[in-house]
Design a protein around this ligand. Structure first.
Ligand code: 6PG
Length: 468
């Protein structure tokens, strides 16, 4: 990804200094792509820094963790006051907050920048989410705008907020990405193993969906993956891929941060757990054909119209995706409030319209939603999306019923509907939980008819109630 970013800068007419801790990789880049622009290769970090114009700007793309600290300190040692180090990797935002403070003490500017779009995005235009000092953005802005994706003349990059804000929103971007990929997987599972639609035909389904509300990079590449035939066996490639999902960690971080912030990112959490469960191969093997399935229906026995089912699944996917984005934006707001970053959700929806993995047409609608009401209590309550949900909800419920009758797992579809029903419920079972907590722990409870007060019942005494 680092090489492609360097090439992207070179394609835009910048002179690009390049350095890799493995000199052969620098040589390979120059051999393969040195003629694409003006590069200054170096084989020591000192030469690399010396080749940079003041104020120096160095973007590092290193695996998150101790290796990042090592490279940052090497650069900081070789640099001078006012120089800028940009970490473009998927660093944990709390590390970025720490690093920004450490570098500020050494008069170095440190910018943690989320960069989304994979190898292709890095080369042709990623979405970039830089945090760090505002004055760094003054210097970096034009540079990053020149290489970022561009939608309707707007570069997919903006200053997100101070210190770790950029890496925080990139982390949540990835959490949303996990949920987005999982709901696409659940739709595929229902259509393939419920309705019996084969991959070759599913290509048309996803291609059609990509022309409507679900128009997005992930739907687009799903059709590509479904269409791919394995050269060796002649089978759909999908059928020879081991069904155990990997995860480098940003989805997990999103859920951990949400737990600490008290934000229910149930769709993202279920997507992370679904990856973990898929990789628990020994446990799955022990359960397959052993755990009772109960009295399952077949798609035919349910007498469902296939075309209607495909449309119902599309709507369930769309509704679940909406929940995932709403929860992701809730987490971003909570993280921004907690850290005084003042992140503007409109900025994110705007720069996520292109270049990044979750780029999607409906992000334009999210920009409009926050334009209309920046203090929206939930994205789901935006009039447009509320209207969309009117047309989705009945299909959403039908699909989860059918999935249950067929014994097909839909963890994000189902948890998202429960989240949705919880959000709109008049009363939740939390009242009973408060009673239980007060019974065994005297943790007190509020009364609906006496707002602001807390009370305790003398459960082991005469069961009268006392103000706490
Ligand atoms: C992006 C991607 C990228 C992602 C890696 C690993 O925005 O370009 O989200 O940053 O982290 O592709 O993804 P996993 O977390 O699924 O391993």
């Amino acid at each position: 990804m680092g090489s492609n970013l360097a090439r992207n800068f070179a394609h835009k007419g910048h002179t690009v200094a390049v350095f890799n801790r493995s000199p052969e990789k620098t040589r390979a880049l120059m051999t393969a792509h040195g003629d694409e622009g003006t590069f200054i290769p170096s084989e020591t970090i000192e030469d690399f820094v010396a080749s940079l114009e003041r104020p120096r700007k160095a973007i590092i793309m290193v695996q998150a963790g101790p290796a990042t600290d090592a490279v940052i300190n090497q650069l900081a040692d070789a640099m001078e006051d006012g120089d800028i180090i940009i970490d473009g990797g998927n660093a944990l935002y709390t590390d970025t907050v720490r690093r920004e403070k450490e570098m500020a003490e050494r008069n170095r500017h440190f910018v943690g920048a989320g960069i989304s779009g994979g190898e292709e995005g890095a080369l042709n235009g990623p979405s970039i989410m830089p945090g760090g000092p505002k004055e760094s953005w003054e210097t970096l802005g034009p540079l990053l705008e020149s290489i970022a994706a561009n939608v309707d003349g707007t570069p997919c990059v903006t200053h997100i907020g101070p210190d770790g804000a950029g890496h925080f929103v990139k982390m949540v971007h990835n959490g949303i990405e996990y949920a987005d990929m999982q709901v696409i997987g659940e739709a595929y599972q229902l259509l393939r193993y419920g309705a019996g639609i084969e991959p070759a035909e599913l290509v048309d389904v996803f291609t059609t969906w990509n022309k409507g509300d679900l128009d997005s990079y992930l739907i687009e590449i799903t059709a590509e993956v479904l269409a791919q035939v394995d050269a060796e066996t002649g089978k759909p490639l999908l059928d020879v891929i081991v069904d155990a999902a990997g995860q480098k960690g940003t989805g997990r971080w999103t859920v951990k941060a949400a737990l600490d912030l008290g934000i229910p990112v149930t769709a993202i959490g279920e997507a992370v757990f679904a990856r973990a469960l898929s990789s628990s191969l020994d446990q799955r093997e022990a359960a397959q054909g052993v755990l009772p399935a109960g009295d399952l229906a077949t798609f035919e026995s349910l007498g469902i119209d296939r075309e209607q089912f495909v449309e119902d699944v599309r709507r369930a996917l769309y509704a679940s995706k909406l929940v995932a984005y709403a929860q992701g934006f809730d987490e971003i707001k909570a993280g921004s409030d907690e850290n005084n970053w003042d992140v503007d959700p409109r900025d994110l929806a705007t720069i996520w319209r292109g270049g990044c993995i979750i780029r999607a047409k409906f992000l334009n609608r999210i920009v409009e939603a926050y334009d209309n009401d920046p203090a929206l209590p939930s994205l789901l309550l935006d009039p447009y999306f509320k209207g969309e949900l009117e047309g989705l909800i009945d299909s959403w419920r039908r699909v989860i019923i059918v999935a249950t009758q067929l014994g097909l797992p839909v963890p994000v579809f189902a948890s998202s509907l429960s989240y949705y029903d919880s959000l709109r419920a008049e009363r939740l079972p939390a009242a009973l939980i408060q009673g239980q907590r007060d019974f065994f722990g005297a943790h007190t409870y509020g009364r609906v008819d006496k707002p602001g007060g807390m009370f305790h019942t003398l459960w082991s005494g005469d069961r009268t109630e006392i103000p706490s």
